[in-house]
Design a protein around this ligand. Structure first.
Ligand SMILES: Cc1cc2nc3c(=O)[nH]c(=O)nc-3n(C[C@H](O)[C@H](O)[C@H](O)COP(=O)(O)O)c2cc1C
Length: 359
């Protein structure tokens, strides 16, 4: 009788623990977490996800209610752990505003004052929504909040991008480590914003190093978008694979058509990590705006979240004009592997391909 590949046995144990039928997780993506996508992924046996960074508490509760109305499946709610408040520099911000006015409308003098929703209130909303899994990025939850999660049997998934962060997360009580390679689309999850553009570790090196350094299960994320990537991640020691960009062309993702179309034509070398959109390092398509904003003569971006406020008008104008060159088109290095097909079919095919490689 054939025995199960040990890699599939490990993934199977992870699935059993979290009520999944296959070890494929939708990545939490702030601003790109339509409930319809999570419902489709959860109903296909994977894990749904909401990146709640930009959502007020009531919106978080509404998202969880909508998910539960559409699926009995498991899901994660995700927050960014806030950085210290930014150092403001009005003179420099004026320079950035003048630069941005070449790409969109005039930038209002107070545009940089926009702040994300209150973190403590968002944390209360997570507890009230009571998802099976809460995840973090950019740092670790405070010990009191971790204790409240555990008292409610909510599992904590901690996103990390270095071995040192993985060890710190495990020591702080994380139940699962999400290892984010630098291939990943969207923001890099480095705890220290100043290191995000220096400590760039690819998933092939990061994943086995973290698997060797911690005792809790490890989820792989960054540049995974097909069965080959999932199989490779499992062989390197992951218990599951988390996919972000690879889902953005699914109809349920409701991605702006100009963004979805641009992903299809994006080679790995066509993406870039910059602070040009929010002030925090993130990987997007290397658009005309990103290239100009990272050129030596351009003013350095303002710190997070000031830069996010300063770029809002340009991003909105870009979206209205369907001009991807001025939109915030986040993309991982495997963007071209994203398929424009229903999420359930995509999840099923990815897992079928992965298991064929591992049988
Ligand atoms: C549009 C977008 C938004 C994201 N927002 C978040 C977020 O709010 N929280 C988070 O933990 N990760 C966020 N990420 C990172 C993903 O969780 C994950 O690390 C990444 O998508 C994996 O790389 P891939 O896009 O190549 O699959 C985001 C990624 C994208 C593409």
């Amino acid at each position: 009788m054939p025995t199960m590949h040990p890699v599939l046995a490990r993934a199977g144990a992870f699935c059993e623990r979290f009520g999944l039928r296959l070890p494929i997780l939708l990545a939490p993506m702030a601003g790109a977490s339509a409930p319809s996508l999570s419902i489709a992924v959860a109903n296909a046996g994977g894990l749904g996800a909401c990146g709640a960074l930009l959502m007020q508490p009531q919106a978080i509760l509404d998202w969880a209610a909508e998910l539960r109305a559409g699926s009995n499946g498991a899901f994660q709610l995700n927050l960014w752990v806030p950085d210290p408040p930014p150092q403001r520099d009005p003179g420099h911000e004026a320079e950035v505003r003048r630069f941005l006015a070449q790409w969109g409308p005039e930038v209002a003098a107070d545009a940089g004052d926009a702040t994300p929703p209150d973190f403590a209130a968002q944390c209360e909303a997570l507890l009230a929504a009571a998802p099976p899994i809460v995840s973090s990025i950019m740092g670790l939850y405070p010990p009191e909040f971790v204790a409240r999660l555990k008292a409610r049997n909510i599992t904590w998934f901690a996103n990390v991008s270095t071995v040192a962060e993985a060890k710190a997360a495990e020591a702080a009580g994380a139940d699962v480590i999400v290892a984010q390679g630098m291939e990943a689309g969207g923001h890099r999850g480095c705890f220290d914003a100043a290191r995000a553009e220096r400590e760039m570790v690819g998933l092939f090196a990061l994943l086995p190093a973290i698997v060797d350094a911690v005792r809790v299960p490890v989820v792989a994320t960054g540049g995974i978008a097909d069965g080959r990537g999932v199989a490779a991640a499992l062989v390197l020691g992951a218990s599951a694979a988390q996919i972000g960009t690879g889902f953005l062309r699914c109809p349920e993702a409701k991605t702006h058509p100009a963004w979805a179309a641009a992903l299809a034509a994006t080679l790995p070398e066509d993406t870039a990590i910059s602070r040009a959109f929010s002030g925090r390092a993130g990987r997007s398509i290397a658009t005309d705006y990103v290239r100009a904003a990272t050129a030596p003569q351009a003013p350095a971006p303002a710190p997070y979240p000031v830069q996010r406020g300063l770029t809002a008008a340009m991003r909105e104008a870009g979206g209205k004009a369907s001009d991807a060159q001025r939109m915030q088109v986040w993309a991982g290095q495997s963007a071209a592997l994203a398929r424009a097909e229903p999420a359930a079919a995509l999840v099923g095919r990815i897992w079928q391909d992965a298991t064929a490689l591992l049988s």
